[in-house]
Design a protein around this ligand. Sequence first.
Ligand code: ADP
Ligand code: ZN
Length: 732
Amino acid sequence: MALTPGYFDEGTLIGVLTTQPLDRVLDYRAPEGGCHLGAFVEVPLGPRKVLGVVWGAGRGNYDISKIRAVIRVLDAAPMREELMAFLTRAGDYTLTPLTAMLRLATRAPGLGDPPSMRKIYRLGDTTPDRMTDARTRVLDALRDMGGLSLTLRELAEAAGVTTSVVKGLAKLGAVREEDSPRDTPFPTLDPNQTGKDLTDDQAAASATLRAAVATRSYGTTLLKGVTGSGKTEVYLEAVAECLAQGRQALVLLPEIALTSEFITRVDARFGAHPAEWHSGVTITDRRRVWKMVAQGGAQLVVGARSALFLPFRDLGLIVVDEEHDTSYKQEDGVLYNARDMAVLRASICGAQVILASATPSLESWANADAGKYTKLDLTARFGAAVMPEMRAIDMRNEDLPGSSWISPTLQRAVQQRLDKQEQALLFINRRGYAPVTICRACGHQIGCDHCDARMVEHRFLKRLVCHQCGETKPMPSVCPACEAEDKLAAVGPGVERLAEEAQSLFPDARLAVLSSDMFGSARAIKAEIETIASGGADLIIGTQLVAKGHNFPLLTLVGVIDADLGLQGSDLRAAERTFQLMRQVAGRAGRADKPGQALMQTYQPEHPVIRAILSGDEQDFWTAEAGERRAAGVPPYGRLAGIILSSTDMQEVFDLGNAMARNDGPLRRVGAQVYGPAPAPIARVRGRHRVRLLVKAPKGTALQPALSEWVAPFKLKGDLRMAIDIDPQSFY
Ligand code: ADP
Ligand code: ZN
């Protein structure tokens, strides 16, 4: 293969990859002054101007007289070859067109705009004739900054005055108002500040990780440790090493709500805030992060999975915290798993990966077992904290009226905690008030008009909500089927209904309900979590949101309302997920100096998964689960790909599915098998009928090329759509 030149002189034929859905690199001429490989450019496409990246030499297979020139090179660092290689390989792996991969890497609107400006304020040369207390405070605040400048809001806040005081001083010349580019470097983090005194276990793990980072080469470590064992403290040491090496670090968190607590810890450890990248970040800030990451003006980024596609200048470490979390799998658009893509990117750019979890995924566990990953284990909680005692409440022996879910045994346990002024948490993994609304006259269950799903009552919103498509409607007053009045009844518990029951059982307790849909913003969730952590509630009722890494030092009892819930699905990972979730939730209890207890309501205490959760014997659980998956030839001991076909026309989807199943030559040639077509478990979403095919292959099969060859002949007519999900996580 010919070496790609790094620079193209004016007029040379170049290939430009655009973000338009065209599925190929287009030929252009290099602009006046030439351009670098990887340069971000604006090119003409039909009547439009679009964003693109110089991807290599032109192919010259297009009418040379029609080839147009690049309009301009944007003021951004060229994309590095490492990122180009990553996008290419990630696209090949997930069977995603490169243009769509490029869109993931350019999610910062206005990249081509001139840098936007903002007003900043610094000390002027005059002193006003009339000084007020407020004015003195402003000038003092600026003097304290030693010549640094502040924005209007920062200055007003620092001085404790209104912005009009600052504006007034600016008019008098006592304060200078200047324009300054908004895209400025992030404050410097100091890796040499001393961290906490580590325990022997923590110190050993930290030394191993530091040494790995110091090699400046690829490697993955699974950092396993019970909740509260200090995994975060330990991986912050690896971050320190990475920063000391002058390289950049990326920490991925599964949930935006966890960011602020993490940022506080970064600030305490390194003396400044890191850059943030997630859906809650404003457009201007996104552009700043994107540009600074590329220029080296951001040393540490904390963010969501999409941060993996940022144009790092020299990435040395990626931490994937709570690596087992299902939210790392992107479930629409480009279907990728951020955990796996982190490993891919690191292997290309010579970085280390740390996968941190109390309950690793079976995939990572197996990779560590096979020696592909280094494994570090923190077995004890930090300080006096010990893992909670786990017990089952056998619901077959509990005397509980219908429409109640808190058993007498659990009630007594909660009351004891409340009496001792300790916190208790009741966990149910279901949002809303009730999962089903049924008519007691005719038996009709209220469903979504567009999906094969029942609508979930949300009393807090006073509406019925479809959890598939988000459609909502007001609660009807009569049955939509038989028109009977006052016959609609809520069936089954959701978090809101549980809260109602808890309030009536414990009328004096201060209740806090934590469910992702009950808050308008990440900020509101954060505030509620802080209130709880500082003792502003006695009884917490929560969904999955509470299971994820929050620290509640006063919490000593966790009651799981329905430990059997996750085991009902036919999902391949049902056992694994239940095991992880139950251990994560239980891990919320007893994180400080008071011992905790976890009680799990179950109708099947002898179920192997429930028994494994109770005994806490992880090794046994994983060995058994691994054995079953190996026998079935499913991940991580075999390969799977899901194909989802959808259309508004049911016949059309089935016809296509059947045709695909019949013409499976390319798959059979590599030893893969097709199952289906079958209606997807949720057979209609947003008015589209859905059909699934499942492709199964032995581990090590080069599945993607075979899949591409297999699907290529099938043209998608009308509104037929096909999504290919490599390593599917969910099977809905
Ligand atoms: P994990 O990430 O494993 O859940 P954390 O790193 O959050 O654990 O540690 C749990 C709590 O214990 C945190 O409040 C943390 O600051 C504290 N902690 C852990 N290790 C130490 C240490 N060596 N010195 C002081 N505090 C520590
Ligand atoms: Zn719906």
